[in-house]
Design a binder for this molecule. Sequence first.
Ligand SMILES: Cc1ncc(COP(=O)(O)O)c(C=O)c1O
Length: 184
Amino acid sequence: MQHIYLDHNATTPIRPEVVEAMLPYFTGTFGNPSSVHWAGRQAKQALETARDQVAALIGAKSSEILFTSGGTESNNLAVYGVLKPRGATPFRIVTTPIEHSSVLETVKALGTDTASVEVVTLAVNSQGRVSPGALEAALTPDTALVSIGLANHEIGTLQPIRELSPTIRERAIPFHVDAVQAVG
Ligand SMILES: Cc1ncc(COP(=O)(O)O)c(C=O)c1O
């Protein structure tokens, strides 16, 4: 039987040129980039080149790029990293019901574990879009984080992040955007 694979958003084969570019780092240049010896320094240089390339891809500064093991760890780091310093002070998190489970479960765990955390889940329309007006209405002075993904992993909806962000920025609220499905 012939199979047709239609789940490239979940995972996709690596392009041959990427395999070719990566191969030296599994064999010759295999040092730990945190080590100070020659092998480590070679690996570190390659890592910094990769950091520059990723930064150029998304229009960021190299110093703003942190490598993690993947999307789940990145989302955990962003959500917990912003919220942990809040301690016992009550706060609100604003998100949507169609975020990836690595965001929704993290936020849900925070809401369940701590009585002082209020999770507000904004409704989305039939295309999966958040209304800028509904977002604005949900932003209270105790809102500590807004988490809205850029490209949805199931239905492909692109959220109007450019339109949503000014109202969040005006209030100096951290805005977490899961862009895992958008970069490529
Ligand atoms: C939108 C989104 N966020 C996060 C993740 C989690 O990424 P990872 O599988 O690298 O942990 C995925 C995975 O497909 C995703 O689609």
